[in-house]
Write a protein that binds this ligand. Structure first.
Ligand code: 5AD
Ligand code: SF4
Length: 449
């Protein structure tokens, strides 16, 4: 123990926020050691999400708990960072939540300076957005539970302005990080034993740094090491190119999985959402994926009950889901976000109980699509990157196949002289059974399969 004060960081929201928390810890590592127990902390940072009202409510509840902790320990400092900091700004400092520090996603470098302000009895705030900040030179301190899989943030911000979405306002303009620093980060992870990276951006398909576009970047990272798997998220359907699909098809270590948020199956809704594609052009992209990579896993995001959505619009969403045959989906009720185009121009007029019923129909349908997709995999053998012990215990391991499906399998420890599986191993697993959420099977080895 170095005797440094202790930092506890709690992260809400998307993968990008988890990657940002690793940057935050890196920026503060000279001053703080980290702890996993908030009760021990000298500084608590809450990295927040504004995407739906519910996400913000969870953070407010948590902040009330931290505020009562601070009443018992006045020396405790509490910082709120990320999207809610950007959206609510000074309002947060004025609240009764005992927040000392409010810092937006592009201002993390100023935290050490703001902390000294706080020590002199003031409050610290920096919510400036930047057109350049990519934290390219910051080596993230990895906080994940395993040493197998890591996030690499390749771009920041979003300027697609989907009409329902708060992200362009909280994360600012889109900017891409220099390709050489990304390749170097991937290489350094390989040297540390990592076996998988996920390249992150709000819209990775529009990555561009000088001459390098996203397919070009993917190729460079794929060439770092054949034993490194590469994933990426999120793809906007409007610019998922054939060039990207051919790079994915060409490199075995680029995972065969695409997250392609559709949001709605109705062209009228898509237009109102400002998604810049219609049902037909979206389905054309799905077909292009199936042609180039027949075994590709495809997942999506769906919003139920957007402004003015009719029963017919909703049925269009259900029918598109069936046509696309998604392997998995993240599904949400529309939540109006202050400041967005939709909040200013379209009434949030689908009644709560209708939103909920439609969401449940979408969830039920996806359950059956996921189960069908998993049933098709029973009997197949997949190469799984082992991540760790399954939470269910009984000596089972879990990992994912290239399509991003979770696979649980028995650890063949000691059997037939095989060495036990450890995290980071590639293991061939024959699938024997499934639920809608997971595949289950046995590791198989040469001569034993
Ligand atoms: N309400 C509900 N869901 C939303 N998303 C983004 N904004 C909203 C909102 N206002 C969903 C979209 C997006 C995912 C990250 O969150 O489906 O793809
Ligand atoms: Fe939001 Fe649309 Fe940008 Fe995604 S692409 S972050 S949904 S504005």
């Amino acid at each position: 123990m170095s005797g440094k004060p202790l930092l506890y960081i709690e992260t809400y929201g998307c993968q990008m926020n988890f990657a940002d928390s690793e940057i935050l810890v890196s920026l503060l590592q000279d001053q703080y050691d980290t702890t996993r127990e908030h009760a021990q902390a000298d500084l608590i940072l809450v990295n927040t999400c504004s995407i739906r009202e519910h996400a913000e409510q969870r953070v407010f509840n948590r902040l009330r708990e931290f505020a009562s902790l601070k009443r018992k320990r006045p020396g405790l400092r509490i910082g709120l960072v990320g999207c809610m900091a950007e959206r609510l700004k000074e309002e947060l400092l004025a609240s009764d939540l005992a927040i000392d520090l409010v810092v937006g996603p592009d201002a993390y470098r100023s935290i050490p300076r703001l902390l000294s302000l706080v020590e002199s009895g003031r409050k610290g705030i920096d919510v400036l957005l930047s057109e350049e900040e990519t934290y390219a030179d910051i080596l993230p301190v990895r906080l994940g539970d395993n040493r197998v899989s890591a996030y690499i943030s390749i771009m920041r911000g979003c300027q697609n302005y989907c009409s329902y979405c708060v992200v362009p306002y909280t994360r600012g303009k889109e900017r891409s990080r220099d390709a050489a620093t990304i390749v170097e980060e991937a290489a350094s992870l390989v040297r540390q034993g990592y076996r998988e990276v996920t390249l992150l951006g709000q819209n990775v398909n529009s990555y561009r740094a000088g001459e390098v576009d996203f397919p070009g970047l993917l190729e460079k990272v794929a060439l770092v090491s054949p034993s490194l798997r590469i994933r990426f998220s999120t793809s906007h359907p409007k610019d998922l190119s054939d060039k990207l699909l051919s790079v994915m098809a060409e490199y075995p270590n680029v995972c065969k999985a695409i997250h392609l948020p559709v949001q709605s199956g109705s062209t009228a809704m898509l237009k109102k959402m400002n998604r810049k594609y219609d049902r037909q052009s979206y389905m054309e992209r799905i077909e292009a994926i199936r042609r180039a990579i027949p075994d590709c896993g495809i997942s999506t995001d769906i919003i139920a009950g957007f402004c003015g959505e009719t029963e017919e619009d909703h049925r269009q969403t259900l029918s598109l889901m069936r046509e696309a045959g998604y392997d998995s989906a993240f599904m949400f009720k529309y939540s109006e976000r202050p400041g967005t185009f939709a909040s200013k121009h379209y009434p949030d007029d689908v009644p709560e109980e209708v939103k909920l019923r439609r969401l449940n129909e979408i969830i039920d349908l996806q359950q059956s699509l996921s189960l069908e997709s998993n049933r098709r995999d029973v009997g197949k053998v997949f190469e799984i990157l082992a991540e760790g012990k399954s939470k269910k215990g009984n000596d089972q391991y879990f990992g994912r196949n290239t399509q991003n499906k979770v696979v649980v399998f028995d650890n063949p420890a000691g059997e037939d002289g095989q060495r036990p599986v450890s995290p980071g191993d590639y293991v061939k697993v024959r699938v024997e059974s499934c639920t809608a959420a997971t595949l289950a099977g046995q590791a198989c080895f040469e001569g034993k399969a």
